[in-house]
Design a protein around this ligand. Sequence first.
Ligand code: AHR
Length: 525
Amino acid sequence: MYLEKMESSKQLQLGLAIALSVVCMSMSAQSQAGTATITIQEQKAETTISRHIYGHFSEHLGHCIYDGLWVGKDSEIPNIDGVRKDVFDALKQIRIPNLRWPGGCFADEYHWMDGIGQKRAKMVNTNWGYATEDNSFGTHEFLNMCEQLGTEPYVCGNVGSGTVEEMSKWVEYMNSPNESPMTELRKQNGREEPWKVTFFAVGNESYGCGGNFTAEDYATAYRRYQTFCRNYNGGYLKKVASGPSVPEDYHWTETIMNRIPADMMWGLSLHYYTIPGPWEHKGSATDFTKEDFFRTMAYALNIEDAIVKQDSVMNIYDPEKKVAMVVDEWGTWFDVEPGTNPGFLYQQNTMRDALVAALTLNIFNNHADRVRMANLAQVVNVLQAVILTNGSQMVLTPTYHVFDMYKVHQDARLIPTTVETATITDGQWTLPQVNASASVDADGRMHLTIANLSPDRECQVNCPISPDYRIISQSLLLTAKNITDHNTFESPNNVHLSTFDKATIKKGALTFKMPAKSVVMIELK
Ligand code: AHR
């Protein structure tokens, strides 16, 4: 039922995306082919790119939690207190700053008390394949895992089918150091000290699977629910309100911003999926045409338009940008892999996905003044996953490598950039060939990340910089022979990171030629 409801909104998103891309086409068709000039203004590096832009999302959906993150302590698969060691190590490597849990739509039918203690109640996961959920992965398992990973938990509370009391007690159970029935229960369950949950969402997609609220009703419910989500131990709980159904639903955003003051709402959510086809036939993740590729890029690029427009509504009520835009679900959404459960959203991940990740993260960086948190959907085995598992095997996807390259931007200061780029065309689509962002970190190292979106054309990039800069470490390159290339359990390194030695600095400019369909990271000081 949920999927039927969502259908129209996702299709609306796609329709608008196409319309916007066509407008874009007529404006940019004159650019010079195969070259790009990136102008950076390092003296204007003021805004911090929050590391939380590089967050991930783990839902009780398909094999994200079970078999993906969690195998249990008794598994033969090497694990750290039940968490797969291979996945744990891979996530450590990309320094995931936060992890969202337990959903998604699942969050609004999740009752946290079923997932603590020795005896766990089972339930049916009605959103995702009607799978039986045994609740063996619950609050303790999630928060202990986050602690060991050194990542901040981002917990999503149940507004749709839960009570204010249930939500309030969950926050108390997790964060309170005081003596109370909830903290006693936590101690009985083996955890003496509170965890430090910093991010807490008051519901998910409350316009739809989270309760079918109107904007007005949700604003009222939000104010009430959040009141009883207390700050414990001198901490400050960063509460996130549910966002609009589609980026063009300005009424939702305006109502929330108007009715909920900034001291009750740290952030406002926005979900943006790249779905290059109608809901019933979104297209294969691996078997796609050049036209499909262009359509995917066009739609992915339109996230910038969504951010700008949503930001302009937020600015009416919050010109100082106190309230963060939290893009807590983003990524590609294709048809599931043939033969897999349609409710489990398992899809492969190609060089096309890597380019979507690269351009999206560049866009987030460039809007870091408002976008202060984001979560790729989802971390393992679901949608645009960074990791896929199969029994004891694990594979890192091309998207994983983009997160590995881009981690240098975490908490660095954004360097404003302007990109003058050639365009690339296929059929009705004309798109900018190059997309980029830059930052400078606390040690004065400048990082540039650039994506060449052309499936078949190199790009000569020219970036005027001060002659004092030097390339200080090996630059990184991610590319592939074909846009459909991906990593499999049999062939896990088809698409991999390599060093890039084509960049040089001469006569006050950094120049390099990027291969077609590639992402490059360059480090300078
Ligand atoms: O990520 C899959 C689903 O997409 C989430 O559960 C829901 O919030 C969104 O519609």
